[in-house]
Design a protein around this ligand. Structure first.
Ligand code: ADP
Length: 340
């Protein structure tokens, strides 16, 4: 993120410097060229005056037109030379500005980058610190709920508390994972992974959660879809997308997960016929905590708006691309392109 910002800032610096330098070059060219042509005109005039004063010179000087042409040629040659010199100077300015601009852009962004890094570490540390008390609370509530002697109203309160604690736990997990992928040195090692196995595993894992939505897996025959990546991260990615597809589907509809190969790339598509995403929401769905109106109001689906932000980080950490094609009321398709 900061690398592309540094390049952009360098380009801005460079554009301003080159604009000023170009403007000065035009002014210098005009000024010098006017001076030179005035000099030639004066020399020509002086020659003519000499001719009037010393008529014997007529025998030496051949012809006025030839003299004029000669001065004109000299003027053009001088102008060319000025242009070449100005181009050379502008080239040097361009090179130096690129190097210095890149250096100063880095210096300008450094404190912002450091503050950003501190903020990410803070989120990671806070989420990490929250994990232990949340687990303790969860265990306590679960143990207490097993107690058959507690009254119905107390049990209801404990169940609702447990639900909130579970939500809190998944929020801290999301934040922890997000901050892990957003730190500049993502240290997880990448191995060869069969995506088909990952998909099958996630479908199986989510099966108990799927009551009225069918999930179908399609993959071309014979091909194994091996990509380089981190197994846990890829499982998380498929879980997020498949979970969303199921969550935002209507009852008795179907979600299709398909794997295919295209021009040396492995494509993973997760397609549903659910509520779809409004055009105005599409540019923001990968932003942290963004939830489209229809998921927050109409159907009130649970979630924090962090799943797709995490999915995007995982996709980028694998050097892959994610695209979405969706129409409100018609359904959505998320496609990930892995370079093999
Ligand atoms: P959430 O926890 O709200 O599902 P996500 O980051 O996973 O958060 O998704 C962001 C928003 O994108 C969701 O709130 C929802 O509005 C929209 N969205 C994501 N996937 C789908 C889908 N398959 N169908 C419809 N809307 C979706």
């Amino acid at each position: 993120m900061f690398h592309s910002a540094r390049i952009k800032l360098t380009i801005y610096y460079l554009s301003v410097i080159m604009m000023v330098s170009g403007l000065f070059s035009v002014v210098i060219y005009q000024g010098v060229s006017d001076q030179v042509s005035q000099g030639y005109r004066q020399a020509e005039q002086r020659l003519k005056n000499q001719e009037k004063l010393h008529p014997e010179m007529r025998n030496i000087v051949i012809n006025h037109d030839e003299i004029h042409d000669f001065f004109l040629q000299q003027l053009e040659a001088s102008q060319k030379l000025i242009i070449l010199r100005l181009l050379f100077i502008n080239g040097v300015i361009f090179l130096m500005s690129t190097l210095l601009g890149f250096f100063f852009a880095g210096k300008t962004l450094q404190p912002i980058e450091e503050a950003h890094e501190r903020q990410k570490n803070f989120i990671a540390d806070a989420s990490h610190e929250l994990r232990t008390p949340i687990t303790a609370m969860k265990t306590g509530l679960e143990v207490e709920l097993r107690n058959k002697k507690i009254k119905k109203d107390v049990k209801d309160i404990l169940e609702s508390n447990l639900e909130e604690v579970n939500n809190l736990q998944s929020l801290t997990d999301y934040l922890l994972n997000l901050s892990f992928y957003q730190t500049s040195n993502r240290t997880r090692s990448h191995k060869k992974i069969d995506l088909k196995k990952i998909v099958d595993g996630v479908v199986k894992k989510l099966e108990p959660l799927v009551d009225s939505v069918g999930v179908g897996v399609i993959s071309g025959s014979g091909g194994d879809y091996v990509v380089k990546g981190d197994k846990d991260a890829l499982e998380e990615l498929v879980t997020i997308l498949l979970d969303n597809a199921i969550k935002y589907s209507h009852k008795n509809s179907e979600v299709i997960v398909s794997l295919s190969e295209k021009s040396g790339k492995v494509l993973l598509s997760i397609k549903d016929n659910g509520i779809g995403i409004d055009k105005k929401d599409l540019p923001f769905i990968f932003d942290r905590f963004y939830r489209a109106d229809n998921s927050r109001t109409k159907s009130r689906k649970s979630g924090f708006g962090l799943g797709l932000a995490l999915a995007k980080e995982i996709v980028e950490a694998h050097g892959a691309d994610i695209t979405v094609n969706s129409k409100s009321g018609k359904g959505s398709e998320f496609v990930i392109e892995f370079r093999v």
